[in-house]
Design a binder for this molecule. Structure first.
Ligand code: MN
Length: 427
C-alpha cells in the first residue's frame, strides 16, 4: 500500500490555517530570544531515523505474544510499512534489517522497492542470541565468547554473512549486540570470555569493507543475569579501541542499569569520537522497549543537549551518526507507535536546538547553578510542536501523521490486504 501525495496535501490543507498561526506565534517567541525558528526547522528536516524491520509487528514479552492484524509477513511488506511511515513524517527514511529474520532473497528487487519509497538500508544487525532452524551448533552458552572455538567460528561466519547481505543492499555498517554472558557466579571466566570475544570481533572487523563501520552495542543484563561480556559503555569502548577506527559504540537507551546518567555517557563517547549512534526507546524498569519519550522525556532532552553540543564540536550534522528506533511492544498499533517515537525524537532534538548554549556556558563559568537549570528547563518547557510540524510539512509530510493514518484507514487497508491472522518475523 502506498500513500499518494495528494492525500497528504489534502489533509494538510484542512489543518494549515491553525498550524500557520501556531508556527508564527512560536517563531515570534523564539525570535525574541534570538533564535531563528526557520534554521531549527531546516535542521529538523535533515534528521532521519531508521526503522528496524522487527518493530513493524506487535512485539512479544517473554511470556507471550499478541499478534496484531495486518502485520507485515515478508520483507517486502516490511519495507512497504516503513514507506508508509516515511511518506507521513518524512523523517524515517531508512530501514535496518535483522539477519536471519529478514534475509533479502533478491537484493536488487529490495533496493528498487526501497528506492521507490525514498528509503535506504541502514545498518544490518546480526543475531547470535538465538539458535536458528538447522543451525549446527548451539549458542546456549554463548557465541563470540564461547569456550568452544567451533561455536565461535560459526558465530563469526554468521556476522560475515550479514556483512555480505548488507553490501548487496548498500548498507554501510554492521550492528552487533552480543547477549553472551553468564547466569551464575563461576559459570564463566571473565577474562577468557573477553579475550575470546575480542578475537572473534577482530575476525569480523577484518572482513569489513573499507567504507564500513561496526557498531558495538552493550547491555547491562538480560538474557544473562549474572554477567554480560559487553556489559557497559566502558567495555564496549575498550573493544572498539582494541579493534580500530572502524568500530564505534552504540548506545541503546534501555541497556543501562537503573538511573545511569546516559547523557554523561553520550558526552564522553562524543568527546572521544566513538559514538556510533543510538537505539531509541524508553523504559521504566529495565529494557522495556517502550515508545520513545513516553516515560522520561526530560532525560531524552538532556541526551539531545549533549548530542547537539557534540555534533557542533565535531563539525558534524545528524547524518554523521546512526539513529534507530529499537522499541517494540504489545498494546499499540506498531505503525502508530513508531510515529509517536519519531515525533518524540524530533521534539527533543528541537528543544535541544533552541537551548541558549552560550548563556548556559557563561552560567557554568560563573557557577550560577540556578540560571543553568533555568536555561535548560526554559528550552524543555517551550512548545516546539509547531516547529516539528513545520519541518514535516516542508518535507512533504503530514501535519498530523497519526490523524491521517486513521483517516485513511491504513491499518484497515493492510488488514484487508494481509489478513487478520498475521505474524511478523522477529521476536
Ligand atoms: Mn538495541
Amino acid at each position: 500500500m502506498k500513500i499518494e501525495q495528494y492525500r497528504i496535501d489534502q489533509h494538510n490543507e484542512r489543518l494549515l490555517g491553525k498550524h500557520n498561526n501556531q508556527f508564527i506565534f512560536a517563531k515570534e517567541q523564539l525570535g525574541e530570544q534570538g533564535i531563528d525558528a526557520n534554521a531549527v526547522v531546516k535542521t529538523l528536516q535533515a534528521f532521519q531515523v531508521a526503522i528496524p524491520s522487527w518493530a513493524l509487528g506487535t512485539g512479544g514479552t517473554r511470556f507471550g505474544r499478541f499478534s496484531g492484524a495486518g502485520e507485515p509477513g515478508s520483507l517486502v511488506e516490511k519495507i512497504e510499512d516503513v514507506g508508509i511511515l516515511h511518506a507521513l513524517n518524512r523523517s524515517s527514511g531508512s530501514i535496518s534489517l535483522h539477519i536471519p529474520w529478514d534475509i533479502p532473497s533478491d537484493a536488487n528487487a529490495m533496493i528498487d522497492l526501497a528506492t521507490s519509497l525514498d528509503l535506504k538500508f541502514d545498518a544490518v544487525n546480526s543475531n547470535t542470541f538465538q539458535d536458528q532452524k538447522n543451525q549446527e551448533l548451539s549458542y546456549k552458552y554463548g557465541s563470540l565468547s564461547h569456550v568452544d572455538p567451533k561455536v565461535r567460528k560459526q558465530a563469526v561466519e554468521h556476522n560475515i554473512e550479514v556483512i555480505k547481505y548488507g553490501k548487496e543492499l548498500g548498507s554501510k555498517a554492521l550492528s552487533i549486540w552480543l547477549s553472551d554472558g553468564s547466569c551464575f557466579p563461576g559459570q564463566s571466566n571473565f577474562v577468557r570470555s573477553f579475550q575470546n570475544t575480542l578475537e572473534s570481533l577482530q575476525e569480523i572487523y577484518a572482513a569489513l569493507p573499507d567504507d564500513w563501520k561496526v557498531f558495538v552495542e552493550y547491555k547491562a543484563y538480560e538474557p544473562n543475569f549474572y554477567s554480560t561480556v559487553i556489559q557497559d559503555w566502558g567495555s564496549s569502548l575498550l573493544f572498539c579501541q582494541k579493534l580500530g577506527p572502524k568500530a564505534d559504540v552504540l548506545v541503546d537507551l534501555g541497556h543501562h542499569l537503573p538511573n545511569a546518567n546516559i547523557e554523561q555517557i553520550v558526552a564522553t563517547l562524543m568527546m572521544e569520537g566513538r559514538l556510533a549512534g543510538f537505539h531509541f526507546n524508553d523504559s521504566k524498569y529495565g529494557d522495556d522497549d517502550l515508545t520513545v519519550g513516553s516515560i522520561r522525556p526530560y532525560m531524552l532532552f538532556l541526551i539531545f543537549v549533549e548530542l547537539v553540543e557534540g555534533m557542533k564540536r565535531a563539525g558534524k550534522g545528524s547524518d554523521g551518526f546512526a539513529w534507530m528506533i529499537d522499541a517494540s511492544h504489545n498494546v499499540k498499533d506498531p505503525l502508530e507507535d513508531l510515529m509517536q517515537s519519531v515525533e518524540a525524537i524530533l521534539l527533543s532534538y528541537a528543544q535541544a536546538l533552541i537551548l541558549d548554549s552560550k548563556k548556559l556556558e557563561i552560567a557554568r563559568q560563573n557557577n550560577d547553578v540556578v540560571l543553568a537549570q533555568q536555561l535548560l528547563q526554559n528550552a524543555f518547557r517551550t512548545d516546539v510542536r509547531p516547529l516539528v510540524r513545520e519541518a514535516m510539512l516542508h518535507s512533504g509530510g503530514s501535519l498530523d501523521p497519526i490523524g491521517l493514518f486513521r483517516d485513511l484507514k491504513i491499518r484497515e487497508n493492510l488488514i484487508s490486504e494481509r489478513g487478520t491472522v498475521t505474524v511478523a518475523t522477529g521476536l
